[in-house]
Write a protein that binds this ligand. Structure first.
Ligand code: NAP
Length: 288
């Protein structure tokens, strides 16, 4: 399907950009990165993507859709895989059905983690969890004209994420147990959103793109860095995934890199962590 859109920049008007899941951590960061555009930012309440769009989304005059809405409860998806699929597969199909150029977001959890060198776009997915399976099927539902952006271990100043959880635990406890046998690329949503903007503005071809922070670490390494950067004395006790016994299996190794000649690079995860802590202190008192 060809996108027959007049280039809005050449036509002298701002792009009309729809963001789904606008209340989520990535949805919020995308609103900042695309602030120069005419944004239609819809929260879960404003459009439940599991249902076809209503009158709130006027079809036909969107220049770009950034689909950040998703079922992201990885363990909850094991108990309700159909509920997760309704959002991550059916929802993505509804969004693709708008017919506008689309960025759909996917995850390192589409891989099984058996590799010991970074996963690139051409590596075969083999999700271990219900969540990973719904995200993989969601990639297909986005269609061949979409940019499918796979990223990893997202964190930002709002919402539920590892950095905010560790800061809360670290302020209460002298020691926190954190898994040390899963390796990935903690990616700051602000850096990811800036890279997505560069991707679409560069006229990059559609298809799968790996966009994750530079560097890699385990969750335990990341927790130690969070406490260090935040000036907390909290110790990290390194444990195994088996000890934590979460319902959904996670890949042991989920480092994402791009094999594309025009690959986009993101800053190191530690730089992302510092940017996140700076954004958190700038909005101290805001509990969203
Ligand atoms: N978080 C990660 O570590 C990670 C890693 C790799 C890739 N990703 C992908 O990145 C994207 C953004 O994730 P995120 O970290 O920003 O997640 P998030 O903070 O949980 O945001 C997801 C948003 O989607 C909304 N949502 C859920 N069900 C919906 C529905 N049926 N209709 C409309 N909105 C709905 C949620 O609203 P409610 O809160 O009201 O449910 C929330 O605002 C997702 O595609 C995710 O799979 C995330």
């Amino acid at each position: 399907m060809e996108h027959e859109h007049t280039d809005p920049v050449r036509a002298g008007r701002r792009r009309r950009v729809l963001i789904t899941g606008a209340g989520g951590q990535l949805g919020r960061a995308l609103q900042e990165a695309f602030a120069d555009d005419h944004l239609v930012a819809l929260s879960h309440e404003e459009w439940d993507v599991a249902y076809p769009p209503g009158d709130t989304v006027s079809q036909g005059d969107l220049d770009l859709v950034l689909h950040a809405a998703a079922w992201t409860d990885v363990d909850g998806a094991e108990a309700d895989p159909q509920g997760a699929a309704a959002v991550n597969v059916g929802g993505t199909a509804n969004v693709a059905g708008l017919g506008a150029p689309l960025v759909a977001f996917s995850t390192d959890y589409v891989f099984d983690g058996r590799k010991t060198t970074p996963y690139v776009e051409s590596d075969a997915p083999n999700p271990l969890s219900a969540y990973g399976r719904t995200k993989l099927h969601g990639e297909a539902a986005a269609g061949p004209d979409a940019w499918v952006v796979r990223s990893s271990w997202l964190f930002g100043p709002t919402g539920h994420n590892f950095v905010r959880t560790m800061l809360a635990l670290g302020s209460e406890r002298g020691e926190v147990a954190v898994v040390d046998d899963q390796r990935g690329c903690p990616t700051y949503v602000g850096h990811l959103s800036d890279a997505v903007r560069r991707l679409v503005d560069s006229g990059a071809p559609p298809g799968t793109w790996h966009l994750a922070a530079d560097g890699d670490c385990t969750w335990a390494d990341f927790a130690e860095a969070i406490f260090e950067e935040a000036g907390l004395e909290t110790r990290v006790r390194r444990i195994t995934s088996a000890e934590l016994a979460r319902p959904a299996p996670r890949p042991a190794y989920a480092v994402l890199r791009s094999e594309r000649p025009d690959a986009l690079t993101l800053p190191h995860w530690r730089e992302g962590l510092r940017a996140c802590l700076a954004a958190l202190s700038a909005t101290a008192g805001d509990t969203t």
